[in-house]
Design a protein around this ligand. Structure first.
Ligand SMILES: C[S@@+](CC[C@H](N)C(=O)[O-])C[C@H]1O[C@@H](n2cnc3c(N)ncnc32)[C@H](O)[C@@H]1O
Length: 320
């Protein structure tokens, strides 16, 4: 499908202003909040919001509320993306380069805050992780979603204290747990050895670039990690890349919620995820999602959702 002349002119008009081009360029890297963009551009939030509204109305970008914050990302529409990529491709601008340097600073601050949080909470993590959810119910549902196995190779991304490895490691010929925090990995090491598991590899690494081979795992788990990340869709794509023919990716995270204090107190970036959002990422990553499982809280806690997706033989051939 292509755009009509009117649609093209509308889209170009919406993008045709220096601040708006700078915003498009920033959003080509990752989804950002109005607050972050206003800080990077050094312009007021109402002013930035006005530019964003114009581009949202023209279908160039998408707005999505997350608790009390509003985030923006580039449109998923293929034609809009082609137009934006073409414009950004020919753009060479000093202001844009300075913006990306400031974006790097913002990103670095965010990552350092999250990393130092995990380094500090590592010893208490097993107590903290059960504060807002009924762990037993989640793990029983997870057992059903994962299936009986046995598995050739389980990969647990953002393994933390290694709980997923101790749950599923016994049914796997070998498992890999990957995490950015050395303190978390030390706790995982102790837990894995206490559980008597010897075929477990614990690696220091980043979920966005795992350096694990494509199609190398029949079970990939991302348990309570996505809500900390700046670009959760990129993490889903990397996790999906690891899934082999007839293998499975299981993501566990919160459904959308409004516990705004989780951002400050526990470094959450996103307040949960809608089924449609995760399923879109899974399909874009070449997997076939099955129906999500929602686990509501007993009383005041958060709803946890389990999203499962598989790679069919045809999909595996296509991505080979
Ligand atoms: C909330 S903990 C969950 C740990 C474990 N999956 C569980 O459910 O108990 C999130 C983990 O993700 C890790 N993490 C955060 N960002 C990461 C990244 N970019 N790459 C790898 N691990 C990351 C943190 O260090 C932390 O151990």
């Amino acid at each position: 499908m292509s755009l009509t002349a009117d649609q093209t002119v509308d889209a170009l008009r919406a993008a045709g202003e220096p601040t708006r081009l700078r915003l498009l360029s920033l959003l080509s890297g990752e989804e950002l909040s109005v607050m972050e963009m206003s800080r990077i551009l050094d312009q007021s939030q109402p002013r930035v919001s006005r530019h964003l509204k114009l581009m949202t109305d023209a279908g160039l970008i998408e707005r999505f509320p997350d608790g009390a914050r509003v985030y923006y990302r580039l449109s998923h529409d293929a034609q809009a993306r082609r137009l934006i990529d073409t414009v950004l491709d020919i753009l060479a601008d000093d202001a844009g380069e300075a913006d990306h340097r400031r974006l790097d600073e913002v990103r670095k601050e965010r990552e350092e805050a999250a990393e130092s949080y995990f380094e500090q909470v590592a010893p208490q993590w097993d107590r903290l992780r059960s504060l807002y959810i009924s762990e037993a119910a989640v793990e029983a549902a997870l057992e059903r979603a994962v299936g009986p196995g046995p598995f050739e190779r389980v990969v647990d991304l953002g393994t933390g204290s290694g709980r997923m490895l101790t749950l599923f490691g016994k049914r796997a010929k070998m498992s890999v747990g990957l995490d950015l925090s050395q303190n978390m990995l030390n706790i995982a090491r102790a837990n894995v050895s206490k559980a008597g598991l010897d075929k477990v590899e614990l690696r220091h690494g980043d979920i966005f670039a795992t350096r694990l081979p494509a199609g190398s795992a029949d079970l990939v788990i991302v348990h309570q990690v996505l809500h900390y990340l700046a670009d959760p869709s990129a993490a889903v794509a990397e996790a999906a890349r690891l899934v082999c023919h007839e293998g499975r990716l299981v993501i566990v995270d919160f459904a959308p919620h409004d516990f705004e204090h989780m951002r400050e107190a526990h470094q959450h970036r996103r307040l949960g995820f809608a089924d449609g959002e995760i399923n879109t990422w899974l399909v874009e990553a070449g997997l076939t999602p099955t129906a999500p499982i929602a686990l509501p809280p007993d009383n005041e806690g958060l709803t946890v959702t389990i999203w499962t997706a598989e790679r069919s033989a045809a999909q595996a051939r296509k991505s080979a």
